[in-house]
Design a protein around this ligand. Structure first.
Ligand code: LAN
Length: 729
């Protein structure tokens, strides 16, 4: 049975199930996030909730209204006034990282099968989160918050609620089950779904296409060796290979027997499992199998019937070692929560529940769990700490607000945080774990997670240089040597096409994408060059060179020249750039125009910059804003959102400013729109999600509405004044 006592759960999650005045966000020494539920009054007294906690919990803040902004700069100042309430003691800005709806299943199934329990408050609020996220029309869940119900989202989140003790008769589950059955039942989930269901023993391993660990025994020079895959894909398939290789499943219990009845449209015991390997609901499918993949699956299926036990053992050992390297290299945070929960099962299976590894996993699990007004969920990573602070820092410096006396402390704390976040060493198991060097890099979240990301390093470097060099009186906490280390890392990451990828240099051939088995995500097999990552590197190198003109001058020049060429080649005929990590053309075009401007390409001097500005201006709406739907990312073509969006308006306007667009009107109209949406306390309301990954999954960057709005308003204020002065001359 479920290890949780069944309880009466209200039909709706509108009201909180626990006392929200007891949640408190606490931090690890590197800025990791842990939500604690304070049980005693003494605890509450020693850790009182602040505006920051209340904001993320959706509790009333009752902040006084600020003097209404009379111009762009005062709106930016009000924005910063609010944002300072959200800065943690240690200098960073914690934030929620919601969007994907396939992460809680990993957390809850992974915890259940390894007998890691949740506190009662966590359990209740996870239930409430899912009740709140179920689509009103059909009661199902999608692959992400904004997407339609899918078999993947519905089957797995249904299972989560059942594990947590919700009865199959609960109205929400009755409704969700109806939707799941309409979509074909759990036989129609994609590969990552059937994997989790097999682990739980409610889907036969025979219904999975083979994921043999022997892939790791193959010689590394083979173009399809897993060490050449995109690091997320690699890190997920390592534990998957291991667990598939031993067909690990939780022992049967009553809940499992019940789920076998509930999840399917036919009798579980009469399902022809091998025939389900390629069954996926139409609504789930984004990347259909290629013929090459189908042939490979058939061949691997035949191999599974004659596996040599000694070879399997060797392959499993290699995978197990890779799991250890990953755990050890990342302080058990692992690359992201997906592989973290899978690694946790491997360690439970191999090392057992009394091991240190198990305990460390239990501790690390808490970092990705986040409470919001709708309940508790699993974040996309253990946070987006670095990625938020770098934009806030740049916004403060570029708007000039950072130099104002009352904001200096905020900025100097931010610098301290950036200083500690830079990774000082290479990974412990670098070569064995196929890791890219990390010394000098900035990661996406915390230094403990510790993965180099090209654009995080670029933006991290920029943020540090902006604070240290552009704000008088700031200390030089990050030494020249360490700035040079960051430059070295970036210079080592250029791809043959001149562009930059996310975590590593591209290691495998493009045709490997034909072997993408995940069905629901695009472009996951190998790294690709991304305009956004490329532009962050170009801008960082350019800004670095201005301040340190003697370091690796020729290398920087050469790398930049090729990167700019890549950017030109990546520009779409309509004039924009496709964004893979933010939505979408607006996002990438902003970065692209920033870097072009730093190499002297602006509206009046460059055809490319002119085309980009004209493209953006053609998309501005009657209300002065821009609004692009996440579907742009899926369709690789501009799709309008039904409403204009503050964050995209900020991006598009910044793009025009970088490109030195000569006419003030579009910028003035955009400024008015962003100002009109600002709340009296200086904050902005949350609109559509801002980020995306792998073409199909949106992800929230809730601090962007403040950081980019402040940045844009500050820049627009200066730029509009410059345009006016030019006109007067
Ligand atoms: C992220 C978030 C940040 C993002 C940027 C820095 C914005 C980008 O420019 C480079 C790629 C990176 C680091 C990135 C990669 C993929 C991540 C880690 C995510 C979108 C957050 C969650 C996502 C991860 C893959 C989720 C797990 C899903 C899988 C398909 C493995």
């Amino acid at each position: 049975m479920s290890c949780y006592t069944p309880i009466d759960i209200p039909a709706s999650g509108e009201k909180t199930f626990v006392d929200y005045s007891r949640w408190k966000l606490t931090y690890t020494e590197d800025g990791g996030h842990i939500w604690k539920y304070l049980k005693t009054d003494e605890e509450i007294q020693s850790l009182p909730q602040t505006v920051l906690d209340k904001y993320w919990l959706g509790l009333p803040l009752n902040l006084p209204a600020l003097p209404p902004a009379k111009d762009a700069l005062s709106a930016a100042r009000n924005g910063l006034h609010f944002l300072k309430h959200l800065q943690a003691e240690d200098g960073h800005w914690p934030g929620s990282y919601a969007g994907p709806m396939f992460l809680l299943p990993g957390l809850v199934i992974g915890s259940y099968v390894t007998r890691m329990t949740f506190q009662e408050e966590e359990r209740l609020e996870i239930i409430r989160y899912l009740l709140n996220r179920a689509h009103a029309e059909d009661g199902g869940w999608g692959i992400h918050i904004e997407g339609p119900s899918t078999a993947f989202g519905t089957a797995l989140n249904y299972v989560v609620l059942r594990i947590l003790g919700v009865s199959a008769d609960h109205p929400a589950l009755v409704k969700a089950r109806g939707t799941l059955h309409r979509l074909g039942g759990a036989t129609h989930v994609p590969q990552w779904g059937s994997f989790w269901l097999s682990i739980l023993n409610v889907y036969d391993w025979e219904g999975n296409n083979p994921i043999p660990p022997e892939l790791w025994v193959l010689p590394e020079w083979l173009p399809f060796h897993p060490s050449r895959w995109w690091t997320h894909c690699r890190m997920v398939y390592i534990p998957m290979c291991y667990l598939y290789g031993i067909r690990w499943s939780m022992p049967e219990n009553d809940l499992i027997l019940a789920l076998r009845e509930e999840l399917y449209t036919q009798n579980y015991y009469s399902i022809d499992w091998p025939a389900q390997r390629n069954t996926v609901a139409e609504i789930d499918l984004y990347v259909p199998h290629s013929t090459l993949l189908n042939v490979a699956n058939l061949a691997l299926g035949a191999y599974e019937n004659c596996v040599h036990p000694a070879i399997r053992r060797k392959a499993l050992d290699i995978c197990y070692k890779q799991v250890i390297y990953e755990d050890e290299n990342t302080g058990y945070q692992d690359l992201a929560p997906v592989n973290m929960m899978m690694n946790c099962i491997v360690r439970y299976a191999e090392d057992g529940p009394d091991s240190q590894a198990y305990k460390k996993h239990m501790k690390a699990r808490a970092d990705a769990m986040w409470v919001c007004e709708d309940g508790m969920f699993m974040g996309g990573t253990n946070g987006s700490q670095l990625w938020d602070i770098v934009f806030i820092a740049q916004a403060l410096v570029e708007s000039g607000l950072g130099a104002e006396e009352e904001n200096r402390e905020c900025l100097s704390k931010a610098l301290q945080w950036l200083d500690q976040c830079q990774i000082k060493e290479n990974p412990k198991f670098m070569k064995e774990g196929h890791r890219h060097p990390t010394r000098g890099a900035w990661p996406f979240s915390t230094r403990t997670q510790g993965y180099t990301v090209s654009d995080c390093t670029g933006e991290g470097l920029k943020a540090v240089i902006y604070i240290q060099e552009h704000v008088p009186g700031m200390p030089k906490l990050v030494s020249e040597r360490r700035l040079c280390d960051a430059v070295d890392i970036m210079l080592g990451m250029q791809n043959a096409d001149g562009g930059f990828a996310s975590y590593e240099v591209i290691r495998g051939p493009g045709w490997l994408e034909l072997l993408n088995p995940a069905e629901v995500f695009g472009d996951i097999m190998i790294e690709h060059s991304y305009p956004e990552c490329t532009t962050s590197v170009i801008t960082a190198l350019s800004i670095f060179t201005k301040h340190y003109p003697h370091y690796r001058v020729a290398d920087i020049e050469h790398v930049t020249k090729r990167a700019v060429e890549f950017l030109h080649n990546a520009q779409k005929p309509e004039g924009g750039w496709y964004g893979s990590w933010g939505i979408c053309f607006t996002y990438a075009t902003q970065f692209a125009l920033e870097s072009l401007s730093l190499v002297g390409e602006i509206y009046t001097t460059s055809k490319s910059a002119r085309r980009a500005c004209d493209f953006l201006v053609s998309k501005q709406r009657a209300d002065g804003g821009w609004g692009e739907s996440w579907e742009s990312c899926e369709k690789i073509a501009w799709v309008e959102h039904k409403d204009s969006q503050v964050v995209q308006t900020a991006w598009a306007t910044m793009a025009l400013i970088y490109g030195r667009y000569p006419h003030p009107e579009p910028i003035e109209r955009a400024v008015r729109l962003v100002m009109s949406r600002q709340n009296p306390d200086g904050s902005w309301p949350q609109e559509a999600l801002e980020g995306i990954f792998n073409k199909t999954v949106t992800i929230a960057y809730p601090l962007f509405k403040s950081s980019f709005s402040i940045w844009m308003l500050g820049k627009a204020h200066q730029y509009l004044a410059e345009l006016q002065a030019e006109k007067a001359n």
